[in-house]
Design a binder for this molecule. Structure first.
Ligand code: NAP
Length: 231
């Protein structure tokens, strides 16, 4: 059923786990109707949550996703580009598939979601929040594929921010250091987990950004554990 005009809608990619799941919960508390996207789907159960299964690497699937969204609304007030993958390996041990998987999810996937969002933008209102990484600012050992994808993601966002400036759409890009989510489950156990931000640290920043006054945007919001970047 289509909702009444005063309902605020938020689209978030990557809601099946980690930060996306938490951001969806926060936006529900803030009163949004939340559309969550992932390949696996989520356990989040709320009357104002709409779960859509979609692989954002597949443009046709993203177009189908927007057809489903159009059944509920023609206006997205918040769009969170969050879905992403992360694997660590030295460059010489990184397969071409692993490298291109990072690009096709973290950059091309976000491109698909953004490109087909254009019909749902609300002038002087929509806030597009990208979950990038400190790895978009500084390459570190063993994350060449991830870092390349996040540098590219930031470049794409900067370009489209210029293109859509006349619409009054806001763009904020979050660039956190390491956050202890399941993304780290399969990675080197020796990496110091006590030097990672917690999910609630991240949510502190996200809440501030998403509830900020409508004339504000945060183009490069870098934040780290006080001990600095993981080495
Ligand atoms: N955790 C950190 O240390 C950290 C630090 C800085 C930035 N980030 C960024 O934060 C974002 C979220 O990471 P997280 O820590 O919450 O990791 P996570 O728990 O692994 O969550 C990643 C989410 O992305 C979704 N996803 C992955 N590929 C997808 C695809 N092709 N289509 C649709 N959805 C897809 C996953 O869902 P499905 O598998 O169900 O599709 C999952 O919901 C990522 O962009 C990551 O780069 C994380």
């Amino acid at each position: 059923m289509r909702s009444s005009d005063d309902t605020q809608f938020a689209l978030i990619t990557g809601t099946s786990s980690g930060l996306g799941y938490e951001m969806a919960q926060l936006l529900l508390v803030e009163g949004y109707t939340v559309i969550g996207v992932s390949r696996r789907g989520t356990t989040l159960d709320h009357p104002n949550f709409i779960d859509i299964l979609c692989d954002i690497r597949d443009e046709a699937a993203v177009e189908e996703m927007y057809e489903l969204i159009a059944g509920h609304t023609d206006a997205l007030h918040v769009i969170v580009l969050n879905a992403g993958i992360f694997e660590m390996s030295p460059l010489v041990e990184t397969s071409t598939k692993e490298f291109t998987d990072h690009l096709s999810t973290n950059v091309v996937g976000a491109f698909h979601v953004l490109k087909h969002a254009s019909d749902f933008l609300v002038e002087e209102n929509t806030h597009i929040i990208t979950v990038s990484s400190i790895a978009a600012k500084k390459g570190l050992s063993n994350i060449s594929a991830y870092s390349a994808s996040k540098f590219a993601l930031n470049g794409m966002i900067e370009s489209v921010r210029e293109e859509w400036e006349h619409l009054g759409v806001r763009f904020s890009t979050l660039m956190p250091g390491a956050i202890l989510t399941k993304l780290w489950d399969d990675e080197n156990e020796e990496l110091p987990r006590d030097q990672m931000l917690s999910v609630s640290d991240f949510m502190h920043v996200f809440q501030m950004v998403v509830t900020s006054p409508s004339q504000m945007q945060f183009p490069e919001m870098t934040f780290l554990h006080k001990k600095g970047m993981l080495k």
